[in-house]
Ligand binder design. Structure first.
Ligand code: SF4
Ligand code: SF4
Length: 163
């Protein structure tokens, strides 16, 4: 796979994220939540950097790619809330029989805690169902954490409320 195939497909695949060092080691994700910034293009944006409360995100120049220090990251989700590209996620593989994913959500209806939602992959395909365990809002962007079936933590990138 060409490293920049996302420019053709519009989908950043896991293999490309790994090549760009944007995927936390699985061992880290098994210890608890950590940010995954799916931000492979050199664009003039650094809003996630000053908003990170633990200063876990580094960037030397405005057009550099963000680099996360996953040992400093607490998985708080603030980068998910502020990223204008909806490119920030939090993944937690520490559960024994489930994973947790935190995604940005800017559609109506707003997912509510306890609600069952449809899980969508990074390709927009339905890949299962999950349960909302946390949802908070900042400037009309909702930050939604869902419990998902084990193995889907690195796959789920959006949720859809079926009404
Ligand atoms: S999840 Fe929180 S601590 Fe981790 S990089 Fe994002 S803002 Fe920083
Ligand atoms: S805020 Fe989003 S688009 Fe901007 S640098 Fe951070 S991850 Fe990339």
């Amino acid at each position: 796979m060409a490293i920049r195939s996302y420019r053709r497909t519009g989908v950043v695949e896991l293999e490309e994220l790994a090549r760009l060092n944007m995927l936390p080691p699985e061992e880290r994700l098994r210890r608890g939540p950590a940010a995954v910034l799916e931000c492979p293009e050199m664009i003039p944006c650094n809003i996630c950097v000053p908003y990170c409360p633990t200063r876990a995100i580094g960037m030397e120049r405005l057009i550099d790619l963000p680099v996360v220090d996953w040992e400093r990251c607490t998985g708080c989700g603030m980068c998910v809330a502020v990223c204008p590209g909806l490119a920030a996620f939090v993944v937690d593989l520490s559960g024994e029989d489930c994973d947790y994913v935190t995604v940005p959500h800017e559609l109506l209806p707003v997912p509510r805690v306890g609600e069952e939602v449809i899980l969508l992959s990074r390709r927009g395909e339905r890949i299962g169902r999950g349960t909302v365990v946390r949802a908070w809002e900042r400037n009309r962007t909702y930050v939604v954490t869902v419990r998902v079936p084990k193995g889907l933590g690195t796959e789920v990138r959006a949720v859809w409320v079926e009404k």
